[in-house]
Design a protein around this ligand. Structure first.
Ligand code: TXA
Ligand code: MG
Length: 307
């Protein structure tokens, strides 16, 4: 069945045997497998029920290990230096003969790379000495897990175990930045605010809505079961309400003091918990600044028409 561990040894052992585990990162829990083994990567797609064309993020111990897989050129290097380890993923040209399963990059000539900051994730990577391919540890199309209990609710029986590191402090997936020619482009808003990226780059970051987008960005995603209405100043009498700030407080409040960092950390647990009300969901307006951009991105996906 599926174990719950608090020490890295059994998790490392399972990974080296080619099995899948879930592990904590500062953003959300990852569903990890050996990125160098085709069978392990294939079983990640199977466990998630994820379409195979969707490429995965490679988790590595540090910047120099990341360079073994991707060519982190001038445009991205300043971001790596400033934000790694941390909630930032960089999409770089895949190096020729990089030792990574082509399934992990879904056959693209680029690779998504991330150096997580979470201490258990870092210990685990140091122990196994292999890159871990890891999407968020939830069935495809469902809300990302920010606790070990969330992972077990979705993936029990499909993975060897979950390394329990408690709740994820950031609570939103990593920000993804790629290159369009010489220009860094934002592919997904996330745990690093775009304002901070622009500050590190010394110029505003362009948002890409076109060709080199992140193929996993299906519009309906992160979805609770009930329909979701956004920018609701108040619930109607049929709705359960996710509040933000003082009034109205709501059935669940992302941050009573209006703190966007606290709201990000609480978002995915709130989307799960609000489903227990068995009512349509209304969500308070969230400002578009700082982590608010990423929160609103996830909320729009939660509210998108279901396929
Ligand atoms: O915080 C996170 O990023 C978490 C934790 C576990 O690290 N992981 C995560 O992975 O959110 P996932 O698979 O749910 O999202 C990865 C995104 C997908 O939208 C995928 O399409 C995009 O990264 N991606 C991966 N490789 C890419 C590439 N070569 N080019 C463009 N987008 C890529
Ligand atoms: Mg995901």
């Amino acid at each position: 069945m599926t174990d719950r561990w608090t020490k890295i040894a059994p998790a490392a052992e399972a990974l080296l045997a080619g099995d899948l585990i879930a592990f904590p990162t500062e953003t959300v829990y990852g569903l990890g497998g050996d990125a160098t083994r085709d069978e392990s990567v294939a079983s990640i797609f199977a466990a998630k029920g994820r379409p195979k064309f969707n490429p995965l993020i490679l988790h590595v111990t540090d910047h120099s290990e990341a360079e073994r897989f991707g060519d982190i050129s001038a445009g991205l290097r300043s971001l790596a230096e400033r934000f790694w380890p941390g909630p930032l993923t960089l999409v770089a040209p895949l190096r020729e003969r990089a030792k990574v399963s082509p399934l992990a990059s879904a056959g693209l000539d680029t690779i998504a790379l991330r150096v997580p900051a979470d201490s258990l994730a870092r210990e685990l990577l140091a122990e196994v000495k292999i890159p871990l391919a890891a999407p968020s540890a939830n069935p495809s199309g469902k809300v990302s897990p920010t606790t070990a209990d969330h992972v077990l609710a979705g993936l029990t029986g499909k993975i060897a175990g979950v390394l329990d590191g408690g709740p994820c402090p950031v609570g939103l997936e990593s920000t993804i930045v790629g290159m369009d020619g010489e220009t860094p482009v934002l592919l997904r808003p996330g745990g690093v605010a775009v304002e901070d990226l622009a500050d590190a780059l010394g110029r505003p970051l362009i948002t890409h809505k076109g060709a080199i987008n992140a193929p996993g960005q299906l519009s309906s995603h992160y979805a609770p079961d009930a329909p979701v209405r956004l920018n609701a100043d108040a619930p109607d009498e049929t709705e359960a309400y996710i509040g933000f700030g003082a009034s109205p407080s709501g059935d669940i409040n992302l941050s009573p003091t209006g703190d966007l960092i606290e709201a990000a950390a609480n978002l995915f647990a709130a989307l799960r918990d609000i489903d227990h009300f068995n009512k349509p969901i209304a969500v308070a307006p969230i400002p578009e600044t700082g982590l608010g951009a990423a929160i609103n991105d996830r909320l729009r996906r939660a509210a998108a028409p279901r396929s």
